[in-house]
Design a protein around this ligand. Structure first.
Ligand SMILES: CC(C)(COP(=O)(O)OP(=O)(O)OC[C@H]1O[C@@H](n2cnc3c(N)ncnc32)[C@H](O)[C@@H]1OP(=O)(O)O)[C@@H](O)C(=O)NCCC(=O)NCCS
Length: 150
């Protein structure tokens, strides 16, 4: 099911629509997400075993009049009291204009509506832009995954 969450504008005045789907296959920008994930794979970050997509995932995304410019894939884990963000991307030409911040506002609304206590996510240690954007959204480092290549 696809729901319109908001009709609004970015801080710079660009008109946008925020939508949510309750399954991955209903999200019309799946190719963009996979493309963005492929760009991270191509950095050699050894994330092949962390493919973060499942059909039951929800997606919140932002579109202009003509295209999807950013999205976040997430799922609810009531037994663990958290909402898990598995992937986010913003189209490179729209980065640092508040697209991800806008999406995140609605992610948190979803988590609070289900009375969940945390929002969690995994970030590669070299993904400085993601780390920076999460910190700006109020996240702090919780667990460090250690790794040794054999
Ligand atoms: C990470 C990503 C989704 C951020 O999206 P975005 O739409 O550019 O983020 P926003 O513009 O909403 O930024 C939110 C806050 O983070 C800050 N921020 C975003 N990118 C930043 C960067 N590269 N360096 C420092 N701060 C940054 C912004 O300044 C903003 O803070 P402010 O509101 O106080 O000004 C985007 O850079 C991206 O798609 N990266 C490639 C894919 C990726 O790595 N995904 C995450 C995998 S888990």
């Amino acid at each position: 099911m696809i729901t319109v969450l908001n009709n609004g504008k970015l801080a710079d005045g660009l008109p946008i629509v925020v939508r949510m789907s309750t399954s991955l296959s209903e999200f019309p920008g799946l190719a963009k997400i996979l493309h963005s994930f492929a760009e991270l794979l191509e950095k050699g970050w050894n994330i092949e075993n962390l493919l973060p997509f499942q059909e039951s995932d929800h997606v919140i995304w932002v579109s202009t009049e003509t295209e999807i410019i950013g999205a976040t894939v997430f799922s609810f884990h009531p037994n663990m009291n958290h909402l898990w963000v598995s992937f986010s991307f913003t189209d490179p030409q729209y980065r640092k204009r508040g697209v991800n911040r806008t999406i995140y506002r609605y992610i948190e609304i979803q988590a609070r509506a289900r009375k969940l206590k945390y929002v969690g996510s995994m970030v590669h240690a070299d993904n400085e832009e993601r780390m920076a954007s999460y910190e700006k959204l109020g996240f702090s480092k919780a667990m460090i995954r250690m790794h040794k290549a054999l």
